[in-house]
Design a protein around this ligand. Structure first.
Ligand SMILES: Nc1ncnc2c1ncn2[C@@H]1O[C@H](COP(=O)(O)OP(=O)(O)OP(=O)(O)O)[C@@H](O)[C@H]1O
Ligand SMILES: [Mg+2]
Length: 163
């Protein structure tokens, strides 16, 4: 993956984070092909779930989205697509992801949105899109979001979206 493929954005508010999720969600829904794995890294409270709620909103989910911190996974059947929101914060060892049967979820058209992917290092597919969300230095309240596509196809979609 080349450094030049990374997009870096300042996202100033929760509303803008949701909107970014919404735009990327619409892009993902246009993509016809194998399952997509979206990895969302960021410290506690960085805005990962806010981003996911925007993606789910683009597929028709209304109302608040909560992280499946205890159940690890929340499935959504929407617009003929299967979306899965995972929050792996509570994994203490990557092997604990195995009972979720991730491989069975990787069917064409499905989209996996994974918070705390690092908790399952080596046990989840290489992401098609990786987001890294960082706090800006105080007193700024916003976030920096770095977006790295995992394939030339997704890189091209992203280029069109962000230009
Ligand atoms: N771009 C942003 N600028 C400022 N605040 C934001 C931004 N995005 C999200 N927030 C706020 O940050 C807080 C935490 O958001 P969120 O729950 O989405 O984080 P998270 O990364 O999922 O946290 P956790 O690690 O607990 O899962 C919320 O109050 C949300 O409104
Ligand atoms: Mg969260």
């Amino acid at each position: 993956m080349r450094e030049s493929h990374i997009s870096s954005l300042v996202v100033a508010t929760p509303e803008a984070m949701r909107e970014l999720g919404n735009r990327i969600g619409r892009m993902l829904l246009e993509y016809q092909g194998p399952a997509l794995c979206i990895a969302i890294e960021g410290e506690l409270g960085a805005g990962k779930t806010t981003f996911v709620s925007g993606v789910l909103g683009s597929a028709g989910v209304r109302g608040p989205v909560r992280s499946p911190t205890y159940t690890l996974i929340e499935p959504y059947e929407l617009a003929g697509r299967s979306l899965y929101h995972l929050d792996l914060y509570r994994l203490t060892d990557p092997s604990e992801i195995e009972p979720l049967g991730l491989r069975d979820l990787l069917t064409p058209g499905s989209i996996l949105l994974i918070e705390w992917p690092s908790r399952a290092e080596g046990r989840i597919p290489p992401p098609d899109l990786a987001l890294a969300i960082q706090y800006l230095d105080p007193p700024q309240d916003g976030r920096r979001v770095r977006i790295t596509p995992g394939s030339p196809e997704v890189a091209e979609l992203l280029r069109r979206l962000l230009r």
